[in-house]
Write a protein that binds this ligand. Sequence first.
Ligand SMILES: Cc1ncc(C[n+]2csc(CCOP(=O)(O)OP(=O)(O)O)c2C)c(N)n1
Length: 948
Amino acid sequence: MTPLDETTFLTGANAGFIAELHVRYLADPNSVDASWRGFFAALADPPESVTREIAGPGWGEARPRIIGNGHLAAPAIELPKTLPPDLHRAALDSIRAVALIRGFRVRGHLIANLDPLGLSGLASHPDLEPATYGFTEADLDRPIFINDLLGFQTASLREIVAALKAIYCGNVGVEYMHIQGLEERRWIQARIEVPRNQTEFTPEGKRAILERLTAAEQLERFLDRRYTGTKRFGLEGAEALIPALEQVIKRGGQLGMKELVIGMPHRGRLNVLTNVMGKPFAALFSEFQGNPANPEDVQGSGDVKYHLGTSTDRDIGEIRMHLSLTANPSHLEAVNPVVLGKVRAKQRQRGDTACDEVVGLLMHGDAAFAGQGLVHESLELSGLKGYRTGGTIHVVVNNQIGFTTSPSQARSSPYPTDVAKGNQAPIFHVNGDDAEAVVHVTRIATEFRHRFKQDVVVDIFCYRRHGHNEADEPAFTQPLMYRAIASHPTVREVYAGRLVGEGLLTAAEVDAVTTDFLARLERDFETAKNYRPNKADWLEGAWSGLAVASGDERRGETAVATELLHEVGAALTRVPEGFHLNPKIARQLEQKRQSIERGEGIDWATAEALAIGTLCAEGTFVRLSGQDSCRGTFSQRHAVLVDQENEQRFVPLNHVRDGQAQFEVLDSPLSEAAVLGFEYGYSLAEPHALVMWEAQFGDFANGAQAIIDQFIASGEAKWLRMSGLTMLLPHGYEGQGPEHSSARLERYLALCGEDNIQVCNLTTSANYFHALRRQVRRDFRKPLIVMTPKSLLRAPEVATPLSEMGPGTSFHRLIHEIDPIAPAAKVRRVVLCSGKVYFDLAKARREKKIDDIAILRLEQLYPFPARSFAQMLAGYPNAELVWCQEEPENAGAWSFLDRRIEKALATIDIKMKRARYVGRPEAAATATGLMRRHNAEQARLVGAALAA
Ligand SMILES: Cc1ncc(C[n+]2csc(CCOP(=O)(O)OP(=O)(O)O)c2C)c(N)n1
């Protein structure tokens, strides 16, 4: 199209195109076609008037204006010219200035000087250009009335822009205008605008920052010299992290913090462990020499240095601060919910309902923070009843790389921290080369968290001086970045230069700081040669009095006096005067009341309530969290009753007796990993509570697989940290399809080893009662995985008499034959099974009048009760053994039990040597989605188990 022979081209629809051409033409006339060149030359108009013309008449729809670099900007602010000219101009100036100030508050961070390498970031943005708001060069020095904004009454445009740049575009970029709360925004504004977003540090403060930077830098160098090529995931490039953490501790302490629970990834961990947590350098050096972190006689598989946790007390002036760094797996960000759960448990222990005393601090890598979904899941917990911890301080070590991946491939969002915006967290981006700025924003972040009890993020823009680990060559993938890094001074050098420049220290004094620290490292290096850890710390503090698990049966004291069972039963069915109970629930409660009174037919949910209620009455706090756990997925629990008139909620088990412990039951957000991780963390900090997590269906628990594999199954072995967490996994092969049938028993069994967890599939409500109580009525803690039932919840066969929970009763790992069948010697087959299939088998056996097949139930699959099992089977000298399961052959307990059964049978003199498999054939999906097929399969497997 040539412009001049086309009469219709000057339409609004073409405005953007033409304006863009015009802008290009103005920048370089030769960059547009010759005919356009002629056209624009003929117009000879200033660009703005042209674009306004093209955009259509003034009464038409407002169109975006294209400025300078091609960005779209809002139309400049205009006022109707009905005011006297002076007033008109003054009003217009003020309005434009306010809009400009707002532009900086919202987007100033975009042009802040954040990247120490100067490789990323924008030079300008239209929202930050005075021209965008209608100002011209001529307006620069005219006084503008802005009434106290930025601390000015009146100021010139020049002064306003200078102030805005200092506040919002220096070495700190603040994102806070997304926060909905006016008070929070105003607080941040006041905190940063008046002091121009900087802290005036005292000479002592400056020296302390230099010392911390020196310690951070020199430790890494020392390790590099002494253990060249050993992985340490050094902090170099992000040394400002260390004074920043120091600031959290110091300022936090002044504000009433007594305990800081920390979670962090590999990067810089050794530095944090020693330089912040106070772990002796000698201990670290000893680990580098290949010695274990714990005494040799302590069991456990150990873990690499950069996963280990520790806890210490540090005295900060008058204040004693307890610091604990949570052990974590390699799985980045997996530790986040664990830390949050620990914080919550510790807050409860201290009665810190205001969340002032115990604070969580999480560190993150930029790639991991942006990439891992668990970050979002964990952030979502922050405001929720039952999970809130009064806000977490997040510090991102934003070294602008993830292993070898550049930010452009690591995320779509502008910043790695954008996920926290949904949480209304203010985000302080800061140039990691400006250590004072880093400490300054960390102080504000600590204050913000204290003041508003909300999450807050400090994003330290920095770089990674070496490869992902010290053996990697980063120039393979980021040659330009690494060329820039090679000639870039260290953070300490930058800061030391600044202090020398300010005249605070001489070069010799700076060097002395380094040599003093190095001398200390050398001394500790010598000590390390003889360093021996003298004790493991795992049974200290809240854990003192507990012991390492031992013994076979481990029943614990789980029986309860009959009077207490009745006391809890009465409370369970009691509602306050005037409470409008749903009539269906009223009927259910009445049935419960009758069954407890009769002492017969205690169903699954009632047994659970009795276990919880008796524990609470005895003073043990109980926490149950999961999706819809208050009611129960299958409407069986009703732990929380809802008034039908006003929706007030009532938890009967919190009204058993005066002075009882609380039952905290919570509907969790729809997350598996974060909530399970949280409860695991809770259980780490609180051994004297029964902490339960419930899956909606067991099928969904694999959304939390990393928490299960990396923490629950292996935490004790790796880090000497016990947990008594209980996982309830509702399931049932009942024709509901592949994702509503299996709790993936096989997964948990595959994880079993070294007495790490307990896996149960229970068939009586009394056994469930004892299994739950057993968790907190023994002197050790182990995670418990319970395959909980669905249809069996209401099955009369599962219900037991109250007396089975009363005096003299306990948990049973195996349940013997209970039907009257032929004498054991005449039994031709023993069918061993676990869970619901038992009832199908027993029913079919009764219907077929078979009396020479015994059916035994394995209630606890792990630890496998080998001795009891062998003793039980020894009673059937002439029988063959069948293992019957509902799951496909490649699932369920078969693969796990096969060899264990064989081994146990080898210990007795008996005909049967191994078990024969009866169950569904192997399958890719856990179950069929077709009810008819399910029924046929089920009938077939039950038939096969009982066949002649
Ligand atoms: C969940 C998970 N996936 C993958 C890895 C492998 N991995 C280890 S470090 C790393 C890069 C992390 O980058 P970033 O979060 O930016 O931290 P940095 O190492 O740069 O400090 C990756 C992908 C891991 N540890 N965890």
